[in-house]
Design a protein. Sequence first.
Length: 264
Amino acid sequence: MASLLVPVLYVGIVVSSLLVFSHFYRKRNAGKVYDPYFPSHPERDVYISLLQQTDPPAHEALLKAALLRRAMTDVSRVVKIREDKPALQNLLQKGSIGDDLWNSLLQAEKELEAEIMEVVAEANTFVEGWGTLIFQTAGETLANEKMRSIYDNTARARATKEQKYGKLGKTVELPASQPMMIPGPPPPGSPAAAMLAAVQSQAQAKAQGRPTSPAPTSTPAKPLGGLTPPGSGRPESVASSDGEGDPQTQRPPPKSPKKNKRRK
């Protein structure tokens, strides 16, 4: 009986000590203030100051612009938390960072959720339903500003790289345009000269109203296999139509029955 009481007492003491330690540890961390993960929020402060201005009151368009700028800052912070959270979690599991940085990230995430809800409520006070579209508009505006900053800094980045590497871009020189060559008249006695003279004579005859000479007709091609193609213009005689004039169409006369009997 005494052998069973010793391990039971040992387990009870260990469990109770762990519970007491966790209670005091949580109580200590609950009252501890962590360093902010993000710096101050100047866009939120500007919007609140414009909203509280009464003499003279801020214009509605100015308030909308300030609220949109506040939403743009919130979108950039959401993107940063999504990028940093997996990396910090891996480092925390490996023991490379302490719990303070991780708890600071979690605290910033909770504050950002409350900030987003507040921005949505403020947007709905201006236009009903704008709270569902304000963050989409803020994301598009951020992408536009990023592209514009890259375009504006192109010349500066090129000058910096030229100073660093000392290399200039190659300039491509286009060849000068050559004048178009006009061919001269063909030499006399050549076929091209004869053709040109015939064309000029026909043009002059047309201009003067004279009839032009017909073009020479080509000689008919030879019939294939001794047969004349149909419609070739060859006159057919009556004898050829009866089969007497054409040797190919002539047939030998039939033999008399008497000669056939004698041969038999």
